[in-house]
Design a protein around this ligand. Sequence first.
Ligand SMILES: C[S@@+](CC[C@H](N)C(=O)[O-])C[C@H]1O[C@@H](n2cnc3c(N)ncnc32)[C@H](O)[C@@H]1O
Length: 220
Amino acid sequence: MGMTTSASDQSGGTGSAATPPDPRLFAPATQRNRQPILDALSLVLPNDGLVLEVASGSGEHAVWFAQQLRPLVWQPSDPDPLMRQSIAAHAAGAGIKTLMPPLDLDVTGTPWPIERADGVVCINMIHIAPWAAAEGLMRGAGAILRAGGVLCLYGPFKRGGQHTAPSNASFDQSLRAENPSWGVRDLEAVADLGAPQGLLLDQIVEMPANNLTLVFKRKA
Ligand SMILES: C[S@@+](CC[C@H](N)C(=O)[O-])C[C@H]1O[C@@H](n2cnc3c(N)ncnc32)[C@H](O)[C@@H]1O
């Protein structure tokens, strides 16, 4: 996923053996996409309440969004313990009261370890996970979102069965080569998963680098 292992790994290994390893992970893409994603989220998330971020990864997004979207409470999560350590370490350095400790949340499990949310955000997960993760995400978000709450999905998508750019087609190929159950998803297939869960596709926002933000609204 393009993450460097940790800040300490980049130091050349000259530190003392007693220096504890730095658990922070860094995904360079987060520095490029965080502002456009924030701009899209700001238009659709509520001003207060709680937003659950699934698949938070390094936690860099979580710190940035929590900082920028106060007083909204930001709840990061990830099933990978190394990611949760990284999220906690980035958060510790930021000292943001509205940023919650990361939850251990695998979207394919039921029930989710949180009962209610005013919004759910998922960035760059469903193409780097089996299709069951997309199914679990829609099922779980439909279960915890309040009526009128939004689910925002960011990433590359096919439209009408076609890639929207050559770069997405080659990215899709490289994903499938790494794991045959991964791959750029069809927007329409994802929307079809949402409808039975009460999640209706409300907006499609064009993003830089041929990505999209899909905004689903939980019906009453
Ligand atoms: C490509 S990273 C994206 C991380 C972050 N959102 C970002 O944009 O930098 C994908 C993340 O999805 C998480 N993930 C994979 N399968 C998952 C699942 N079944 N439920 C929740 N998260 C999952 C991984 O642990 C990883 O942190």
